[in-house]
Design a protein around this ligand. Structure first.
Ligand code: PGA
Length: 244
């Protein structure tokens, strides 16, 4: 594993004007970051991300390049505009917009075929954690997306997993370090055992903030962070980036 990856997920926040101001401030810090920083921005801010030459990606794309898909975002256009990353299977897409396993799988392969590097999000609900089922849930989510991987493996680009417990997203609740470590090793073990890939980075996401970032980053098995709410103010996000 090389340097840590710290990704910002703005969700449906910041306008193009605000994005411009954000990146104007960000570039004054960026020269001193030692980690790989990625911004997942709304579609109407792709242009601003591209203009400031930060590493960026869409939060949501469809599994086709063009066509009669009203309201969808083309992964090909994102690539052509300079995106190199993409979020796939974020829990808000799964739970609020009903994205199912088949669509997530199609998007995973399509975006990689185009050249984008997917950050595949997995995570259990509170109920699944309480019932002791969390490890089977993570395994099933990986299995469902990665079935078919062997047929295409030679042609694919890099990818990353983000462990985001659904109950920790936007709630201020964070799993214990031990629980994060167990989940990350579970994900790494499944990917290594089933698909022979020992080096897929696993990021942690869910209520990361300036106060807990450094501890989470030091936890065994954590290769980086996916930060939602705490990424919206550049100086605050920069403090998180600096804690690595
Ligand atoms: P949060 O979101 O940091 O606001 O909890 C994380 C995410 O959804 O990626």
């Amino acid at each position: 594993m090389g340097s840590k990856i710290i990704a910002a997920n703005w969700k449906m926040n910041l306008s193009p004007q605000e994005a411009k101001r954000y990146f104007e401030e960000w570039v004054t810090y960026a020269h001193s970051t030692k980690v790989d920083v990625i911004f997942f921005v709304p579609a109407y801010c792709w242009q601003q991300a591209a203009e400031f030459s930060v590493a960026w990606g869409p939060q949501h794309v469809y599994c086709e390049e063009f066509g009669a898909y009203t309201g969808e975002n083309s992964p090909k256009v994102a690539w052509d505009m300079g995106a190199r990353w993409v979020l796939i299977g974020h829990s808000e897409r799964r739970h609020l917009f009903g994205e199912g396993e088949e669509l997530i799988r199609k998007k995973f392969y399509k975006t990689m075929e185009i050249g984008l590097k997917p950050v595949l999000c997995v995570g259990e609900t509170w109920q699944q954690r309480e019932s002791g089922d969390w490890d089977r849930v993570l395994e099933n989510q990986l299995q469902s997306v990665l079935q078919g991987f062997d047929q295409v493996r030679g042609t694919l680009t890099e990818w990353v997993v983000a462990y985001e417990p659904v109950w920790a997203i936007g709630t201020g609740k964070v799993p214990s370090e031990g629980d994060i470590e167990r989940a990350h090793f579970k994900i790494k073990n499944v990917i290594e055992k089933r698909w022979g890939l020992p080096a897929i980075p696993v990021l942690y996401g869910g209520s990361v903030n300036v106060g807990n970032a450094s501890t989470i980053l030091k936890t065994a098995g954590v290769d980086g962070l996916l930060v939602g709410g705490a990424s919206l103010i550049p100086s605050q996000f920069y403090r998180i980036v600096q804690s690595s």
